[in-house]
Design a protein around this ligand. Structure first.
Ligand code: ZN
Length: 171
């Protein structure tokens, strides 16, 4: 397993629409293993393949608390089948927008369908933090970031903050 560099805003690759995976193969699993390693290292709770520069519809996630055993989840070609009207606010962050957090409202329950690590099709309802995270990560597959839901002012503040931090790190 390899830790891959995570792209940050305003990298144009993050705006790409990711392509479906034709079949879950050992190559897909190797990508998912690298992504999980990269996510744990960051550390983060979710990561889309495009964030490591691979525009494929692949997501990894682990919502376990610090005192719990790891609970890695893998999603290939996820789709939202249904969402409830009720929304919930949640303070979100993103590994591609480091050190910036802002509240976003999303449907509080979504029914999703995806292929897991073994290529088996799963259909289930996601709620709570799981619902927040899967919707955030699935947005990445469409080239959408959580800061795109914010005002123009907040969005440019976030992007400039990341750019400045990167400049300072390079200096
Ligand atoms: Zn993100």
């Amino acid at each position: 397993m390899t830790i891959r560099p995570i792209l940050t805003v305003p990298d144009p690759v993050l705006k790409q629409v990711s392509k479906p995976v034709t079949e879950v193969t050992d190559e897909t699993r190797a990508l998912m293993d690298d992504m999980l390693e990269t996510m744990y290292d960051a550390p983060g709770i979710g990561l889309a393949a495009v964030q490591v520069g691979v525009p494929l519809r692949v997501i990894v996630m682990d919502l376990a608390q610090e005192d719990e055993e790891p609970q890695p989840r893998y999603f290939v070609n996820p789709e939202i089948l249904e969402k409830v009207e009720a929304t919930q606010p949640y303070e979100e962050g993103c590994l591609s927008v480091p050190d910036f957090f802002e509240t976003v409202e999303r449907p509080e329950r979504v029914r999703i369908r995806y292929l897991n690590y073994h290529g088996e099709q799963i259909e289930e309802w996601a709620e709570g933090m799981y619902a927040v995270c899967i919707q955030h990560e699935m947005d990445h597959l469409e080239g959408v970031l959580f800061i795109d839901y914010l005002s123009r002012l907040k969005r440019s503040y976030a992007v400039n903050k990341v750019k400045k931090a990167r400049r300072n790190a390079a200096a």
